[in-house]
Write a protein that binds this ligand. Sequence first.
Ligand code: AMP
Length: 207
Amino acid sequence: MKLIMLGPPGSGKGTQAAMLKDKLGIPAISTGSILRSEIAAGTDIGLKADGYISRGELVPDDIILDIIERRFKQPDCEKGYILDGFPRTIAQAQALKERAEIDAVVVLNIRDDVIIKRMSGRRICKKCDAAYHIESKPTKKEGVCDLCDGAIYIRADDVPETVKNRLDTYHKLTEPLLDFYNDKLRKVENYNGIDAVFNDILETLGV
Ligand code: AMP
């Protein structure tokens, strides 16, 4: 199965993609997560992407398509994948269409004011990029990732001013994808807690 998770930053795409990955046995591919490891490793791609990310802007399409191209070649993608944070522009969606037939696009609906509140409590693992929240999904041990014992930090682009830019960018450049994928959309309301939302996603996908 080939899925896209679509929704504004902070809508829970990454959390739900990780749960779907375990359920469906296919990889969850997060372009944001790949970019953060490129930045941490100080690669050329990381150096190019860093400024865009910290300003809350999109990284240019050619860099993203290069990352995706390489990731799709890995053998774990053969049975399908869950795309989290890609595509984010019409140009990316068109490029993806030439490479793959997507089965469904899960849209996580959530209001901007709820996102802004949620983002202030978001925490990320420095080592494996797993996402937590101080209220809805705290780590078992404070400051330490449940999965890999990595250190927990606040993403630089989760500060309120950058979150606002990321939301504006979403509405302007990514929301048009709702029309692009019109016939594949599976809309899920995202206000009811992580497990309830997950069940709604499974139901709408029929898995
Ligand atoms: P995310 O972890 O998905 O919230 O992504 C973090 C940041 O990485 C975004 O705000 C963008 O700056 C960049 N990014 C991630 N995926 C893409 C993409 N598909 N196209 C452009 N920029 C992206």
